[in-house]
Design a protein around this ligand. Structure first.
Ligand code: HPA
Length: 251
């Protein structure tokens, strides 16, 4: 990202609605393997403006891997091996906070993890020592600010705060679960924010989430959540997300 001194490629993990990145000037595509298995898709290498980028489709291309079956360890390790040290995770989310309705963009600053049973650490097996990484601030402050500045510069409404509640899925939540999550302090709900963020941290990579709200969370509107509503919000909001990515990489 442009304001960072580091000239390593930036990793972009695209989620629902972002299986390809149209503005990317593609220079190569590589199917890779890692010690943790196969990533969701080949790595697509290219340039966004002046910035080298490695794009990875989280759910595969075509979109076929559900959130609880994504091999997050292979994805993060593959990006690391490709030289990536800063990762932007693009995530479709449900909105809990009253200002975070469909098509709204959020750069969250905190996480509460409700996922279970997902391989969520590289530190297991035959270890020399036990490691507990610091995870007080799961998202990189500088990368967050770059995205927020990009949104402001292009006039895209964007919330610069938010607690991302990561749920197991693949089902959506009950209304009572959302009430509980709101009580816990969650502003957004999604299924892919964890363990992606912590695995990046374990590898020493900077990680930031770019969240696109695609529906009101369960019980937050007068209707049940439909795929039409989700696709409509993606159509409306994804150009802002892509614009933020392009602008934050420029220069
Ligand atoms: N809940 C969980 N994950 C989601 C949602 C939701 O409402 N919308 C998009 N991803």
């Amino acid at each position: 990202m442009s304001a960072t001194a580091e000239r390593c490629p930036v990793g972009i993990i695209g989620g629902t609605g972002l299986t390809t990145l149209s503005g990317l000037e593609i220079t190569g595509e590589r199917a890779v393997e890692t010690a943790w298995g196969t990533p969701s898709a080949p790595l697509v290498e290219g340039k966004l403006g002046e910035q080298e980028v490695v794009f990875l489709s989280r759910h595969g291309n075509p979109h076929r891997i559900p959130p609880h079956e994504v091999n997050y360890r292979a994805n993060l390790r593959a990006l690391y091996d490709a030289g990536v040290r800063t990762v932007v995770g693009v995530n479709a989310v449900g909105g809990i906070h009253s200002e975070m309705g469909p098509a709204h963009i959020v750069v969250p600053d905190q996480i509460i993890d409700y996922t279970w049973g997902r391989p969520s650490t590289f530190f297991e097996g035959e270890l020399d020592e036990v490691t507990h990484i610091d995870f007080t601030w799961p998202y990189d402050a500088e990368a967050r600010q770059i995205l927020i500045d990009a949104a402001r510069a292009q006039g895209t409404p964007c919330s610069d705060f938010g607690v991302y509640g990561a749920t197991q899925g693949p089902r959506l939540e009950t209304a009572a679960e959302i009430v509980r999550m709101e009580r816990d302090g969650c502003d957004l709900v999604g299924m892919t924010g964890m363990p992606e963020a912590v695995l990046a941290a374990e590898l020493g990579m900077r990680y930031v989430c770019l969240g696109l709200v695609v529906n009101w969370a369960a019980g937050k509107s007068d209707h049940i959540i439909s795929m039409e509503e989700i696709h409509e919000a993606i159509d409306k909001g994804m150009s802002g997300v892509k614009g933020m990515l392009e602008m934050s990489m420029a220069g």
